[in-house]
Design a protein around this ligand. Structure first.
Ligand code: GAR
Length: 316
């Protein structure tokens, strides 16, 4: 199996969702492992469990520590543990936009309601007060707004006429434990899926001025409308087993330098290689999307007409 994604789980209390993730990670073929359990409360019961299970833990009481400083320490610990994802599991502190930006698209959260309904505190009380017959839970990607962000999965839970806040939350918790592990596994796996990678490339390529998608010799390609290509997506082309983005360098010298400097990342593509194009592998684990974005822009500049370039520069 490919290297597993490393997840830092942040908790503030009981940690039953953390435990669900941890035990799911111990099943064969689970695509993630728990690299760290961290808490803003040193007495959080979940910490003791994680420790007993041999998972590295970190705790720092947030009281009296300025938010920026607290988050800088947390960030450092998460990175030191080698984590590349963060899963919030009953973490009851707001994260600043700066922290969220540093982990953009890599922080997940679970919330015990069918979002977008009942964000924030006491969703079960709100469900019961509203007389809803269906409650549930949601896993989503964390953005700057509380309990908001793209939804990755939800499970509906029936509300019984006899339900109290306690019985409803206990039953919802069972659903949460199923949902979180599944959503996290799917989420970390998608980075290995060529469709998802192509979609990420597509979004960035088509954001460039006058760009359009056009398939070329069976590969998805991107070009300036009606003009020259600036990128191709290569997936196991000619059965080479490589997934890569092919972009234009300034010429074979730059191409050779890059391959020499980073032979695991860059390669000389068949056919387009002699004209100074370069392949960037996107099948080697974590992808640096900013880097990919810069390459697409640079390659676009190599082929875009002068006038368009001047316009793009003007527009920033
Ligand atoms: C869970 O129900 C989780 O969905 C909720 O806190 C509980 C933590 O339980 N999270 C939120 O309300 C986030 N807004 P746990 O510590 O046993 O996982």
């Amino acid at each position: 199996m490919a290297e597993r994604a490393k997840v830092a789980v942040l908790i503030s209390g009981r940690g039953s969702n953390m435990a669900a993730l941890l035990y799911a990670s111990r099943l064969p073929d689970c695509p993630f492992e728990i690299a760290l359990v961290a808490s803003n409360d040193p007495d959080a019961p979940g910490l003791a469990l994680a420790e007993a299970e041999g998972v590295p833990i970190f705790a720092l009481n947030h009281k009296g520590v300025p938010r920026a400083q607290f988050e800088a320490i947390l960030d450092r610990e998460i990175r030191a543990a080698g984590a590349n994802y963060v899963a919030l599991a009953g973490y009851m502190r707001l994260l600043s936009p700066e922290f969220v930006a540093r982990w953009q698209g890599r922080i997940l959260n679970i919330h015990p309601s069918l979002l977008p309904k009942y964000r924030g505190l006491d969703p079960h009380d709100q469900t019961l007060a509203a007389g809803d017959t269906v409650a549930g839970c949601t896993v989503h990607i964390v953005t700057d707004d509380l309990d908001d962000g793209p939804i990755l999965g939800r499970i509906e839970v029936a509300v019984l006429p006899s339900d109290t806040r306690e019985t409803l939350s206990a039953r919802t918790l069972i659903a949460e434990h199923q949902l979180y592990a599944r959503c996290l596994a799917d989420f970390v796996s998608r980075e290995a899926s060529p469709e998802w990678i192509l979609d990420q490339i597509r979004q960035r390529a088509l954001a460039l001025p006058e760009a359009e998608e056009k398939s070329s010799h069976g590969s998805p390609g991107f070009r300036v409308k009606g003009g020259k290509f600036f990128a191709y997506f290569s997936y196991d082309h000619h059965h080479d087993g490589v997934t890569g983005l092919i972009v234009k360098t300034s010429g074979v010298e730059e191409q050779a330098m890059l391959i020499d400097a980073e032979p695991d990342l860059y390669y000389r593509p068949a056919y387009l290689g002699p004209s100074g194009w370069i392949g960037i592998r996107v099948d080697q684990g974590e992808i640096d999307w900013e880097h990919i974005g810069r390459w697409l822009r640079k390659s676009w500049s190599e082929v875009a007409p002068r006038k368009l370039q001047a316009l793009a520069e003007f527009l920033g």
